[in-house]
Design a protein around this ligand. Structure first.
Ligand code: GLV
Ligand code: MN
Ligand code: MN
Length: 439
């Protein structure tokens, strides 16, 4: 195939096809939203029965567009539309199917379904054999990653880390709230922990990774724009912090004798807000806080809280963690408490590949001519599978407008019109990558 033929591939797609595909995506997001551990909520965690059900649905939809499917050793659902040369590498399009607790219906899911629809829009018939092919010098592979959020085991990006070949043997000991270890959960799901290495891909097998995702913030909505290219993804660290004081009678213990662990943890949460809000592109969140023994008439003797810390640059993020640790020493010292932190997740900042950013810019530029010269570029404070995949292949990302910027919440939204526009830009970007590889 010539570069011109790759770029010309979209000319054969009927104008209404993007809107039809967008409607199918919206209705499938609704269908996947019904697969949840809790009635009335969307909660789907790694290696759960719901994970198995959405994998089966995604595999069915991948096969419907002519892809060959497989479940990899980390529970990621993959589908490939091969190139005419079946040994050619693939361009991976993906995102995740797991969710936070009481989630929205688009975070991750949208990117997977857009990948499947792109395969449908771009595929070409192979002749009499009824087989569909990628028109480009690479296969089109869709990855439905199994764990991006880290909801169940605290450690995020487990699915994509396995694909990137970055598995840490210590992770097998991570346990969920019921004490089930990652190793046990693998076996229960029907996966063999001993084969995790088989999920790893090499850089020779891939020509890049492209992900479409809702923005999860208000920038595009505020600017009245539908699409943006992502420049980089924030670095992240997550900690579980334990504060120890002394449990005593709530009525009989005077204030000067109290060593209230919950008050120490509360002051720590305020310190996180004070320190992080003074820094550009550093965000700290205490999302979980528990007091023990948890009785109305007992001064809390222990408190546990989570800390999610993100930054545009690893160095600034780490300096902020040092400042937080220093403040925690002061707070706990003053309150005669002890504290310790266990780091459960760490991921460096990921800079999107300059060439794939250009490919996304070209895709947006051909779809939205008003932006041909200068498509919007945004930094992503939210984490994405590309953070892990970036260590094995170049990554490019496309953001779609998220009305009001609300995400990790049932009100999360995207419009069918923006999905249709995003699909067109994404397809153009894939065609541009095709032209580059063909050249
Ligand atoms: C994932 O959505 C994250 O940014 O935590
Ligand atoms: Mn998320
Ligand atoms: Mn996501």
């Amino acid at each position: 195939m010539t570069p011109a033929a790759a770029l010309g591939r979209l000319a054969d797609i009927p104008p209404g096809a993007f809107a039809t595909a967008a409607r199918r995506i919206m209705s499938r997001c609704d269908e996947l939203a019904r697969v949840s551990a809790d009635d009335g909520q969307i909660t789907r965690v790694y290696l759960s029965p719901e994970h198995a059900r959405v994998n089966r649905l995604a595999a069915e939809w991948m096969r419907e567009v002519g892809m060959t499917t497989r479940l990899d050793a980390a529970g990621n659902q993959l589908g490939v539309l091969p190139a005419a040369d079946r040994d050619a590498p693939t361009l991976m399009l993906g995102s995740h199917l797991d969710t936070v607790i009481d989630a929205g219906r688009f975070d991750g899911i949208l990117g997977v379904l857009m990948g499947i629809e792109l395969a449908r829009l771009l595929r070409v018939p192979g002749g009499d054999d009824g087989v569909w092919y990628s028109p480009f010098p690479f296969g089109i592979e869709v990855a439905a990653f199994s764990d991006e959020e880290g909801t169940r085991f605290g450690k995020a990006l487990l699915g994509s880390s396995a694909v990137a070949g970055e598995w840490d043997e210590d992770w097998w000991q991570l346990a969920d709230d019921d004490g089930i270890t990652l190793r046990e959960a693998y076996r229960e799901f029907g996966l063999d922990p001993g084969r995790i290495g088989e999920a790893a891909r090499t850089s020779e097998q891939l020509v890049g990774y492209l992900e479409a995702h809702i923005e999860q913030g208000p920038e595009l909505d505020r600017r009245g724009e539908s699409l943006a290219v992502v420049s980089s993804i924030a670095s992240a660290r997550r900690f579980q912090v334990v504060v120890e004081g002394e449990a005593r009678h709530a009525g009989g213990t005077p204030y000067d004798m109290r060593r209230d662990a919950l008050l120490g943890a509360s002051e720590a949460a305020l310190a996180v807000e004070r320190i992080c809000s003074g820094e550009h592109h550093i965000i700290g969140t205490v999302g979980q806080l528990e007091a023990f023994p948890g009785a109305v008439n007992v001064v809390p003797g222990e408190a546990r809280f989570s800390l999610d810390l993100r930054g545009e640059f690893d160095g600034a993020r780490d300096t902020v963690w040092e400042r937080i640790s220093h403040d925690l020493d002061d707070i706990m010292g003053r309150r005669r408490l002890r504290w310790r932190a266990r780091e459960v997740h760490s991921a460096p900042a990921m800079f999107c590949d300059p060439l794939l950013q250009d490919v996304m810019r070209a895709g947006i530029g051909s779809t939205l001519p008003a932006h041909a010269e200068d498509p919007i570029t945004l930094f992503s404070p939210a984490g994405h599978d590309g953070m892990a995949i970036g260590s094995v292949t170049p990554v490019g990302m496309l953001f779609l407008r998220n009305p009001d910027g609300i995400s990790h919440h049932p009100d999360e939204a995207v419009s069918a019109a923006d999905v249709a526009t995003g699909l067109r830009a994404f397809a153009e970007a894939v065609a541009h990558r095709g032209a580059e590889v063909a050249a």
